[in-house]
Design a protein around this ligand. Structure first.
Ligand code: SF4
Length: 316
């Protein structure tokens, strides 16, 4: 189990000159910031399936309901070669312990919902995933996946960062064997984090663990993992985060005087309204958690992320 987080990435966004015209699409956030905390596994589907550099541009075409990858001018069909390569490479991503994927947003192969699907009848192109991105999501529907441009949106970046670190911890847990006691500990430490993404999923996970005696460990772990990453796929918004902060504040209702309570409440409101970062109310809550000895709170990853996760979350 590698200690560093491995992230698959479209090779052009980390500066490899693999685009059709021999250029790259280097993204400064990915290469200068994210790269400090993760190990990239760069892939260029078009080069890997044999297209070479430079090459003719391709596009996705809807041929009677089947998506084909076709050369713009030559009409050469690359679909089968791309599928052969994808079939070979995709199973290995799990063995490589990949915890997420960053895709290039504008590409017939790598785009995630922002690609174009052309019609043979000359209709305007429809939006959808690139060919490789579609295969990736089909094989790993719960893998954290974002595009280079979406990582520049703070809310989407925070959600991606949270999810890759949870997946890393989940992989570590699985590598230790399927012990229910360890799963309960994992769940306890992720409660607030999951709650911030999906309150319903949070309750389902608690219910699943409550019924753990009627399933075998492999079933519990499989169901827990699916529910967990399905919940985390829902975005944690400032409103949902503020609800979790209010929940955490409830742990001090007998400790804080009315002035301290109001000050904390004001900070949570200021965060919800976008006037201060999440770090401000979290810092105050951590201070009270230590002062009034609330180990349940201090061990929450929502309040105390891994140091690398913390740095990425607080990157402006
Ligand atoms: S977008 Fe994907 S297929 Fe296109 S150059 Fe980048 S890595 Fe290669």
């Amino acid at each position: 189990m590698p200690n560093i987080i491995r992230i698959g990435v479209s090779a052009c966004v980390v500066g490899e000159r693999v685009r059709y015209d021999g250029s790259h699409a280097r993204d400064a956030y990915i290469t200068d910031t994210l790269a400090k905390y993760v190990e990239f596994v760069p892939l260029c589907p078009e080069v890997a399936c044999g297209m070479g550099v430079p090459r003719e541009q391709i596009r996705q075409v809807d041929c009677g309901g089947a998506t084909r990858l076709i050369g713009y001018d030559s009409g050469e069909d690359w679909t089968d070669r791309m599928n052969v390569w994808a079939n070979r490479i995709l199973p290995g991503l799990d063995e490589d312990a990949i915890c997420g994927f960053v895709l290039r947003h504008a590409s017939p192969s790598c785009a995630l919902m922002q690609g174009k699907l052309f019609s043979t009848k000359g209709d305007p192109p429809r939006r959808g995933s690139g060919f490789f991105a579609g295969r990736l999501m089909e094989r790993y529907p719960l893998l954290p996946v974002e595009t280079d441009n979406q990582l520049h949106t703070p809310l989407l970046r925070e959600n991606f960062v949270r999810r890759i670190f949870v997946l890393k911890r989940w992989r570590e847990l699985l590598s230790k064997g399927m012990q229910i006691g360890q799963l309960v500990d994992f769940h306890t430490r992720h409660k607030m984090l999951v709650r911030a993404h999906d309150l319903r999923g949070y309750r389902q996970l608690g219910q699943l663990l409550g019924e753990s005696s009627i399933f075998n460990n492999a079933e519990i772990f499989a169901t827990y993992g699916t529910l967990l990453f399905r919940s985390l796929a829902l975005k944690a918004t400032p409103g949902k985060n503020a609800d979790v902060l209010m929940h955490a504040m409830g742990f001090f209702k007998k400790d804080l005087d009315s002035r301290d309570k109001q000050e904390l409440l004001d900070m949570i409101t200021a965060y919800k309204e976008g006037r201060v970062p999440l770090l401000i109310p979290i810092t105050i809550l951590n201070h009270y958690a230590r002062k009034y000895d609330r180990p349940y709170l201090t061990q929450q990853f929502f309040l105390n992320p891994d140091p690398a996760e913390q740095k990425l979350l607080n990157h402006a």
